[in-house]
Design a protein around this ligand. Structure first.
Ligand code: ADP
Ligand code: TRP
Length: 323
């Protein structure tokens, strides 16, 4: 199976990104042929500072490598190293009704929040569909918030295939076990809500963030409900199953303060992410090696994309110079 996913370099990666997406991406590299790319063209819809975009693009690559992406198993590349995706996005736009894009939840949410709407933001799902279809992807591991975009991709593949001929394979979304990771305020963890716990925060800062996770005001001695606790939701992602069960019992028994479980979460964060700060610094100190990984990934991905584009152009009668 061909697995593909993209992650936007539009901010520092956080626990929501890791447990919602990156963890699955890395696990899948052992079983499938995986393509992962840094969606820098997509980030242009929100990041308009060239230096910042360059730095964030590098950071996503470094973070994936730090978290265990093995370039010998999975193909990691920048979206912009395969510029054919923008060509395919255009072609898809000519067989896709405007109504489909107008129904996109993420677009509607952004409009509702009063964000200035660029054409790029509106046509975002077309570029995402191109990303998926150009590599003939079977499975697209993403968080719940991206599911509709995959369904739109299936529709667009159908429109193209019906208009011309069967060129595209139908991709399926692959949702992780953790559809929504809560942030420190209990809403979905998201960089746009300022409620994140970032992946490689300095120890002091991470501790401060974790200790400030919002909890209710049940007094220490009273029983508490683990199922409605933001701290417990994060603990469940990071602690072994038996330990999670023990904490659940302690919640229900009463006599446990939230401070205690937060302290344990700080330890777990340090074990799983803090311990990798050194590895991350090593990758940051070797930019040429990171570039080698991305360049090799790009060459492989681009060869795939070019073959599909030759078929797409042929199917719709677009002629390019052969000499
Ligand atoms: P953000 O909301 O911080 O802008 P992105 O939209 O860039 O994050 O998400 C990148 C990937 O991480 C997507 O696949 C998304 O589904 C996943 N993701 C982001 N936040 C969460 C969360 N709180 N819970 C689960 N998955 C998430
Ligand atoms: N829209 C995705 C996100 O915000 C990123 C993305 C772009 C993507 N192209 C993709 C994900 C193709 C999966 C497949 O998370």
């Amino acid at each position: 199976m061909r697995v593909l996913s993209g992650i936007q370099p539009s901010g520092t990666l956080h626990l929501g990104n890791y447990f919602g997406a990156i963890r699955q991406h890395i696990a899948l590299q052992d079983e499938h042929e995986c393509f992962y790319f840094i969606a820098n063209y997509h980030s242009l819809t929100t990041v308009h500072d060239a230096d910042r975009l360059r730095a964030l693009t590098r950071d996503v690559a470094v973070d994936y490598l730090t978290l265990g992406l093995d370039p010998n198993k999975a193909t990691l590349f920048r979206q912009s190293d395969v510029p054919e995706v923008t060509e395919l996005a255009w072609i898809l736009s000519t067989v896709t009704g405007k109504g489909l894009l107008e129904r996109a939840h993420s677009f509607k949410d952004k409009v509702a929040k009063g964000l200035a709407v660029s054409m790029g933001l509106f046509s975002y799902p077309l570029l995402m569909a191109a990303d998926i279809l150009i590599y003939r992807s079977d499975l697209v591991p993403v968080g719940k918030d991206q599911e509709q975009h995959i369904e739109m991709t299936q529709d667009m593949a159908g429109y193209f295939n019906n208009t011309y001929r069967e060129v595209f394979r139908r991709p399926e979304p692959l949702l992780g076990e953790t559809p929504v990771v809560p942030g420190i305020d209990g809403q979905k963890m998201s960089k746009s809500y300022g409620n994140t716990i970032d992946l490689f925060m300095p120890a002091k800062q991470a501790k401060k963030r974790i200790m400030s996770i919002k909890t209710d005001s049940t007094p220490v001695e009273e029983p508490k409900d683990p199922e409605h606790c933001n701290v417990f939701a994060l603990l469940r992602l990071m602690a072994p199953a038996e330990e999670v069960a023990q904490w659940a019992e302690r919640y229900r028994a009463g006599g446990m303060g939230y401070g205690e479980v937060k302290k344990r979460l700080v330890e777990l964060y340090e074990e799983q992410f803090g311990s990798k700060r050194g590895t991350r610094d090593e990758w940051l100190a070797r930019p040429a090696d990171v570039e080698d990984v991305l360049a090799a990934g790009a060459a492989k991905a681009r060869a795939e994309a070019q073959a599909v584009m030759a078929d797409v152009r042929d199917a719709c009668g677009i002629v390019t110079a052969t000499r």
